[in-house]
Design a binder for this molecule. Structure first.
Ligand SMILES: NC(=O)c1ccc[n+]([C@@H]2O[C@H](COP(=O)([O-])OP(=O)(O)OC[C@H]3O[C@@H](n4cnc5c(N)ncnc54)[C@H](O)[C@@H]3O)[C@@H](O)[C@H]2O)c1
Ligand SMILES: O=C(O)[C@H](O)COP(=O)(O)O
Length: 388
């Protein structure tokens, strides 16, 4: 029986894919085998030594101590693209909210006194909310991954000119991107050309503050800045300076900030990007399937720290080993197996950066003494036996 701890609400349809005879699922679990999480901050509390995998039912994994998990030989999974359409739709809504002054206009109507001539009040005041159209404006998209590509294509379909920047774009992403989206040679070029600017990059040491004081010098006065990625992508000081001097016309964000709540130029949503029934279900289905494949077979799909590793089972016991990616690890492993008289039926080894992962199917049961001998090899991060 595998014990799964959920740190957030996970879509029921996903959890229903965990058969009750094999899995128990709860919020509070002693010694869980795996954790299912969305945005809960896993940096704050220690992660139990029993945890063999963490599955993020969403895209961003900055709430998970991925490097620490790598050092422990624990894979972190996510659900690439599973919530991208939901975010795309909200970004389009965000551009429209800003362009047409919709939040202010709604506030005005909500505050109207129902008595008297409503029609007159509406017609007299509507000039306060005159907006602009998206068509013909230029959108700059930073990060052309699952979300950025969809946003770029949608904006083009709305009649916008679109320019994008992503130095690490995948071939799949390039196939999906409209040929009409122009490629910016640099961030500076993109900043200078954009009426609307949207970020769709993960938060990490390279992207933190990607919109900072330098960007502020380059952007068009009155630019509409959209941040549906992560709060830290937009530098706090640059944002406040840009709003104060009018360089930033509007800031539309999924991450409300306390001191900007009352600022009419700031439109904040409560981290709603992926909050649709469809996206929540897509994410949960994807990561639950990946988690099961890992726990039951050791296979790795869509991990952010482990290499893709899949091998059909031979029906015998399987040893799953994560180790530091350095010379002679396989040599030492096969030596230890040979010493224990255990024959390798088939094996698959893959590496990613500093980590390597092996699946070894063997012809006979794996004694505890062999597991201990493998674990004792210098550089072994984790070892697990399935189907003994
Ligand atoms: N608001 C929400 O609810 C919500 C929902 C989903 C994702 N997100 C955030 O959006 C991010 C992107 O999601 P995604 O599904 O598109 O991820 P993704 O991995 O498909 O795409 C990210 C893209 O950013 C690019 N990139 C990385 N560093 C870059 C840099 N320095 N400059 C330019 N491009 C760079 C990558 O090459 C990749 O193409 C997530 O990491 C997450 O933080 C937010
Ligand atoms: O990175 C993500 O997938 C989003 O930020 C969604 O977060 P959520 O699952 O907490 O809605």
């Amino acid at each position: 029986m595998f014990k799964i701890q959920t740190l957030n609400n996970i879509s029921r349809n996903g959890l229903d894919r965990l058969p009750a005879n094999l899995y128990s699922v709860a919020n509070e679990v002693a010694a869980p085998d795996a954790v299912l999480v969305r945005s809960a901050d896993m940096h704050k509390a220690p992660i139990a030594a029993s945890v063999k995998a963490i599955a993020r039912a969403g895209a961003g994994t900055n709430n998970i101590p991925v490097a620490e998990m790598s050092a422990r030989g624990v894979p972190v999974f996510n659900a690439p693209g599973a919530n991208a359409n939901a975010v795309k739709e909200l970004v389009v809504a965000g551009m429209l909210l800003a362009a047409r002054n919709i939040a202010d206009a709604l506030g005005f109507v909500r505050g109207l006194d129902a008595s008297g001539d409503l029609h007159h009040k509406v017609e007299a005041e509507k000039k306060r909310f005159v907006g602009t159209e998206l068509a013909g404006k230029t959108l700059g998209v930073v990060g052309l991954g699952a979300i950025g590509v969809k946003v770029a294509n949608a904006a083009y379909a709305l009649g916008m000119r679109v320019i994008g920047f992503d130095p690490h774009m995948t071939v799949d992403g390039a196939w999906q991107l409209s040929a009409e989206v122009a490629k910016a040679g640099s961030l500076a070029e993109l900043f200078a050309a954009s009426d609307y600017l949207t970020f769709h990059v993960p938060l990490n040491d390279k992207t933190r503050g990607a919109f900072g004081t330098q960007a502020l010098e380059l952007v068009r006065p009155g630019v509409v800045l959209l941040n549906f990625a992560r709060e830290g992508i937009v530098d706090a000081a640059a944002l406040r300076k840009g709003l104060a001097d009018g360089r930033i016309g509007r800031y539309v964000s999924d991450f409300p900030e306390a001191d900007l709540l009352g600022d009419a130029r700031v439109i904040s949503l409560p981290h709603l990007g992926a909050s649709t029934g469809e996206a929540e279900e897509n994410c949960a289905l994807m990561v639950v399937d990946q988690l099961r494949d890992f726990l039951e077979h050791g296979n790795v799909r869509n991990s952010v720290n482990f290499p893709e590793t899949r091998m059909a089972r031979t029906g015998s016991a399987r040893i799953c080993i994560a180790n530091s990616n350095r010379p002679n690890m396989i040599g030492q492993l096969s030596h230890v197996l040979g010493e224990a008289g255990v024959n390798i039926a088939q094996m698959h080894n893959a590496s990613r950066g500093e980590l390597a992962y092996s699946l070894i199917d063997v012809d006979s049961p794996v004694p505890d003494s062999l597991v201990a001998a493998i674990a004792a090899i210098d550089g072994i991060l984790s070892v697990r036996v399935i189907g003994n």
